[in-house]
Design a protein around this ligand. Structure first.
Ligand SMILES: [Zn+2]
Length: 274
């Protein structure tokens, strides 16, 4: 018998499994809608002090998860308003990819994803990058000097700019750690009994790690997902609108390339002008 071939028993199993999946698809949205109803009308109030407490005790959800479900349901509803038929938002990951897109652009992003034939979370992410980047591309005017990030992309005048201008605060902390690191480093080969009990080598390694860890706070580029625009819902930059060099390199090359293409116009960095 052909290995590919399904027996009657297997065919029935597949059918019943798929029937269950069909029913369950989109269940995240139903959960989200009902959670929102309970939250908005404070239907938990008889037994629980807060919505957070309710979802935790009653459902074992972390607060963030409950909010993600609610948000995902809203995204699904927004898209279905524009596309009543043929909707393929069946999982939370797709909804989350759309959640970082500004509300008014969601339908267009989804449309673009449909056009390219990829409505998976990754496809939506790519479509979002194309559309949001195009919308967000700051138009450099010939008189204004525009502050650009380390990739040369203009920093939008949103919270992203505020955080960018606070880079010095990160630098100050890094300088302090660096000073401590060199002070300890100078003692690495010491024979001075003053330091007899100190674990100098491991302290030195700890300080190196501390530097690396704190350095990720240093802004490197405007966030590749929200472009510094939709920072409240962007899970990638956490609402900062900016990301570190490390995080920037985690963004798929395709998305980075799309953005690079919007930067064909020459922008004069502020420092260079001064
Ligand atoms: Zn972001």
């Amino acid at each position: 018998m052909n290995e590919q071939h399904l027996s009657t028993l297997e065919q029935n199993q597949l059918k019943s499994s798929e029937a269950i999946i069909e029913k369950t698809l989109g269940a995240f949205a139903k959960c989200g809608i009902e959670l929102a109803r309970i939250k908005d009308n404070r239907l938990y109030r008889e037994k629980y002090g807060t919505f957070e407490e309710y979802v935790k005790v009653r459902w074992g959800f972390e607060r963030n998860y409950a909010y993600r479900l609610i948000e995902a349901a809203e995204v699904k509803r927004d898209i279905e308003k524009v596309y009543p038929n043929g909707i393929q938002i069946t999982n939370e990951r797709q909804a989350r990819a759309l959640a970082v897109v500004p509300k008014e652009s969601r339908a267009r992003v989804y449309k673009q994803a449909v056009k390219t034939g990829d409505t998976t979370a990754a496809g939506i992410q790519k479509a979002a990058a194309q559309i949001v980047i195009r919308d967000a591309a700051p138009k450099p005017s010939k008189n204004d000097a525009v502050l650009v990030d380390e990739t040369g992309y203009p920093i939008p005048n949103t919270v992203a700019l505020e955080y960018w201008e606070r880079s010095d605060e990160v630098k100050q902390v890094l300088d302090l750690i660096n000073k401590a690191k060199s002070a300890v480093g100078d003692l690495l080969d010491t024979k001075d009994r003053l330091w007899h009990e100190a674990h100098i080598q491991s302290a030195h390694i700890d300080l190196k790690n501390a530097f690396r860890s704190m350095a990720t706070a240093m802004p490197y580029a405007v966030c590749g997902y929200c472009q510094g625009q939709t920072t409240k819902t962007c899970t990638f930059c956490g609402g900062k609108g900016l990301v570190s060099k490390h995080a920037w390199n985690l963004i798929p090359e395709e998305i980075r390339d799309i953005r690079a293409k919007t930067m064909t116009k020459k922008v004069v960095p502020m420092e260079a002008k001064a």
